[in-house]
Ligand binder design. Sequence first.
Ligand code: URA
Length: 234
Amino acid sequence: MSCRLQKYLADAQVASRRKAEEIILSGRVSVNGDIVTQLGTKVEDGDTVCVDGKEVRPVQKNIYIMLHKPEGYVTTAKEQFGRPAVLDLVDCGCRIYPVGRLDYDTSGLLLLTNDGELTYRLTHPKHNVEKTYIAQVEGTPSDEEMQRFRKGLEIDDYITAPAKIKILKKAALTTLKIVIHEGKNRQVRKMCDAIGHKVRRLKRVATGKLSLGDLEKGKYRQLTEEEIDYLKTL
Ligand code: URA
């Protein structure tokens, strides 16, 4: 990516764009060792920019995005085996990564950021952030099955932590609201399988207090300052 020298200097917090222009015109700026006084000079990735002989670099801004992931996308940076990746849906001009994952066939709330520390904290098993799902399952779980689900079930030689489950609607498929705070591979599907009710559709509607709201499938938005502050308190 390239950008104009005055923008580069502003992004490096040397000065405002207007002041940066004055600094360039006064001959204080060099690009790859050559003094540059031409406004609008393009700076490419890998160029070395110095002001008064001292190297300056753009301060990387953290970016926080909520995506409504559709089914049929892998939660990776690049497509896999011809399956499109969630990052194909987001155009933010910088490198970001998914926080945790949703299965190829699961839809819903997926956070994306370049804040590695926050990603680490949100995905570390110790930090146990609650995740809320709406699942449509075959059949209707009995009271006894729901109790087993709540207490913890064995999946893949692992006993799940206590979870919440509630029936929202009984129809051809039963709609359940499920809250878990772990993130084992395909955990909700496996927990529903363990009580004999196969998941047909799965959507994550909230991560902690952040909810998907009416964000359309396939669309994304930047998190608000409040939402970012909240995530940092988790
Ligand atoms: N549990 C699942 O089974 N799948 C997901 O994508 C997320 C949680």
